[in-house]
Design a protein around this ligand. Structure first.
Ligand code: NAG
Ligand code: ZN
Length: 194
């Protein structure tokens, strides 16, 4: 009876996790901390274009500037400064769908279902994830890379990313050095790299 009851509880918890998809602190799996737009006090987007999901691609970026952030406060500042800059370019909002800090905390940009401005021709067919910092020479920290992989997994589980997605670096779709040589070499060893 106890075993049956425990099994029942586990099934309920798993189902609740599935249905609600993306709990704020990702409490179903505890894979990374997740901060919403209101958590970092994002300004409202001045316009929003829906993204058709599930998308077939994930595009990886570095920021180059702002620098890598190691504390929550620094990461919030980075998010705010990127949003201000991108809005000044008339992009309506921060360009990326998500950003990741050094400790592996994930910050919501446009989120899963809004078309980003980060990869030119690929904007409408991808989720853009930026790893905050300059990753031309230094490898990003392990926690940051693991959180990025988990974020992609979460996107698949929730139906926003196709399970057979292609992973690319920004420079594969546009003339840019982004996501930096060190990060690019790193993602080139990941599953789904195209
Ligand atoms: C990617 O970066 C991580 C963390 O810095 C490192 O442990 C790993 O060896 C790197 N992988 C490649 C292929 O460079
Ligand atoms: Zn980029």
């Amino acid at each position: 009876m106890t075993i049956l009851f425990n099994t029942f509880i586990i099934i309920v918890v798993v189902q609740v996790c599935r249905i609600h998809g993306f709990p704020k602190l990702n409490s179903c799996q505890q894979r990374y901390k997740y901060y919403t737009r209101s958590d970092w006090e994002a300004l409202p987007a001045s316009y929003v274009t829906p993204l058709v999901t599930p998308v077939p691609n994930v595009v990886i970026h570095h920021t180059y500037k702002p620098d890598a952030c190691t504390t929550h406060q620094e990461c919030i500042q980075a998010m705010k400064s990127m949003q201000a800059y991108h809005q000044s370019l008339d992009w309506g909002d921060i360009g990326y769908n998500f950003c990741v800090g050094n400790s592996g905390d994930v910050y919501e940009g446009r989120g899963w279902d809004v078309k980003g401005i980060h990869a030119g021709p690929a904007n409408g067919v991808s989720i853009g994830i930026c790893l905050i910092g300059d990753w031309r020479v230094n490898q990003p920290p392990e926690d940051m890379l693991e959180a990025t992989k988990s974020l992609i997994e979460s996107g698949i589980e929730q139906g926003y990313i196709k399970p057979d997605y292609k992973l690319v670096g920004h420079k594969q779709v546009m003339a840019t050095e982004c996501p930096g040589t060190a990060l690019f070499n790193n993602i080139s060893k990941w599953d789904h790299f195209f």
